[in-house]
Design a protein around this ligand. Structure first.
Ligand code: NAP
Ligand code: ZN
Ligand code: ZN
Length: 349
C-alpha cells in the first residue's frame, strides 16, 4: 500500500479537511496517475453532505480527474509513462454482465465500483476520489485525454461532459433540432456547447438573468428566465429535446409542457427530494420523461474525441484545495462560471 495526500469530508456535512489515504500498489493492468486537476461536481456536494444517504465517510470526493501517467503495470498496453490520462465516475465493474457487455458499465449488474463513496469489486476496499495526489486504476477504466485539450479545462468533461453528451446522443440530437437546456451550471454549460456542436438551435432556460451573455457566448441562440411564468406559456410545445440539469427541487410538469408532441425531456440533475408528476403531463402529447446517468467507458472516450475535434473544453475557475469549502458554498449559490477545478499542486505542498 502507498500513503497519499487527500482532502476528505470526515462526516456527513462536515467541512473538507486534509487526510492521508492508502491506495494499492499497481497490479499488472494498473495505471498510476499523478493527479494534476480535479473538477468539482455538484454530485460531490450532494454526497459529501449525504443528501442521497448511505454515504461512506470519511469521503474523498472527485470524479473529474486528469493526471499524468507515472507508472504502469507490466501488462498495460494503452498508455505510456508521461501521457495525460483521465478518470471519470467509474474505476471498475464486473466486465461480464449484460450492461457491461453493452458498454453501460455504470449499470453493472454486480454494482460498478464508482470512483469514490463506493468500494472496489471486492466490496471491501473503499474507493477515494480525485481530491488527492495520486490514483491507481485498471487501464480499462482510464481515458485518453486528447493532446489539443487543456488538461485543467478538460477535467470536467469526465463527468459534466459525458453526462450531457450521452443523452444528446441517445435522443439523436442533430442539426436544426430545438434543444432546451435547463440550468446553467457545470452540466448545463457543457450541454449548451455540446448541443451547439451537433448543430442544434439551443435555448438556455435559467433562473439567473446575469448569465445571459455567457449563455450566448457558449452557443445558445435563445435565453429565457424561468422565474417568469410567461416563459412557460411562450415556449409551450417548442422543443425537440430538453436536458434538465437542475440540482434542486422544481416542477417537472411545467418544463415538460415546453416539449413538442412526442418529444423527450431528459433529467440529469438530481434534486435531493422527489417531485410529483401528473400523468396528464405525459399523456397529453405523448410526451416522454427520461433519465440518464453519466455514460460508459467507450462513450466517454467517444465524447473526449468529439470534444477534441470541435475544440470543446469546460469554462473553469481554478482553485487551490484550501478554497474547496468556499467553492461548495458558491456552487450552492449558483455562483460558478462554470466549473471549479482544483489545482492538485496545492495538495502536494
Ligand atoms: P451546478 O453547477 O450547481 O448547476 C446547477 C444549475 O441549476 C445552477 O447553476 C442553476 O442554474 C440551476 N439551479 C440551481 N438551483 C436551482 C433552483 N432551486 N431552481 C432552479 N434552478 C436551479 O451543478 P452541476 O454540477 O451542473 O450538477 C447538476 C445536477 O446534476 C446535480 O444535481 C448533480 O448531482 C447532477 N449530476 C447528475 C449526473 C448524472 O449522471 N445524471 C452527473 C453529474 C451531476 P441557473 O443559475 O442557470 O438557473
Ligand atoms: Zn459528477
Ligand atoms: Zn457488470
Amino acid at each position: 500500500m502507498q500513503k497519499i495526500r487527500a482532502w476528505a469530508a470526515p462526516a456527513a456535512g462536515k467541512p473538507l479537511a486534509p487526510m492521508t489515504i492508502e491506495r494499492r500498489e499497481p497490479g499488472p493492468r494498473d495505471v498510476v496517475l499523478e493527479i494534476l486537476f480535479c473538477g468539482v461536481c455538484h454530485s460531490d456536494i450532494h454526497q459529501a453532505r449525504d443528501e442521497w444517504s448511505g454515504g461512506l465517510f470519511p469521503m474523498v470526493p472527485g470524479h473529474e480527474i486528469v493526471g499524468r501517467v507515472s507508472k504502469l503495470g507490466g501488462q498495460v498496453t494503452r498508455f505510456k509513462v508521461g501521457d495525460f490520462a483521465g478518470v471519470g465516475c467509474l474505476v471498475d465493474s464486473c466486465r461480464s454482465c449484460a450492461p457491461c457487455a453493452d458498454g453501460l458499465e455504470q449499470f453493472c449488474a454486480k454494482g460498478a465500483a464508482f470512483t469514490y463513496n463506493s468500494t472496489e469489486m471486492d466490496r471491501k476496499t473503499r474507493t477515494y476520489g480525485g481530491y488527492s495526489t495520486r490514483i491507481v486504476v485498471d487501464e480499462r477504466y482510464v481515458l485518453r485525454i486528447p493532446a489539443n485539450l487543456d488538461p485543467a479545462a478538460a477535467a470536467p468533461l469526465l463527468c459534466a461532459g459525458i453526462t450531457t453528451y450521452s443523452p444528446l446522443k441517445q435522443f439523436n440530437c442533430k442539426k436544426g433540432d430545438k434543444v432546451g437546456v435547463v440550468g446553467l451550471g457545470g452540466l448545463g454549460h457543457m450541454a449548451v456547447k455540446l448541443a451547439a456542436s451537433m448543430g442544434a438551435e439551443v435555448t438556455m432556460l435559467s433562473t439567473s438573468k446575469s448569465k445571459e451573455a455567457d449563455a450566448r457566448r457558449l452557443g445558445a441562440s435563445g435565453f429565457e428566465i424561468t422565474r417568469d411564468e410567461r416563459t412557460f406559456e411562450k415556449l409551450a410545445g417548442r422543443f425537440d429535446l430538453i436536458i434538465d440539469t437542475i440540482s434542486a427541487p422544481h416542477d417537472y410538469n411545467k418544463y415538460l409542457g415546453m416539449l413538442r408532441v412526442q418529444r423527450t425531456m431528459v433529467v440529469v440533475g438530481v434534486p435531493p427530494e422527489p417531485t410529483p408528476l401528473h400523468a396528464f403531463t405525459l399523456i397529453g402529447g405523448n410526451r416522454r420523461l427520461a433519465g440518464s446517468m453519466i455514460g460508459g467507458i467507450a462513450e466517454t472516450q467517444e465524447m473526449l474525441d468529439h470534444c477534441s475535434k470541435h475544440g470543446i473544453v469546460s469554462d473553469v475557475e481554478i482553485i487551490p484545495i484550501e478554497k474547496i469549502n468556499e467553492a461548495y458554498e458558491r456552487v450552492l449559490r449558483s455562483d460558478v462560471r462554470y466549473r471549479f477545478v482544483i489545482d492538485i499542486a496545492s495538495l502536494r505542498g
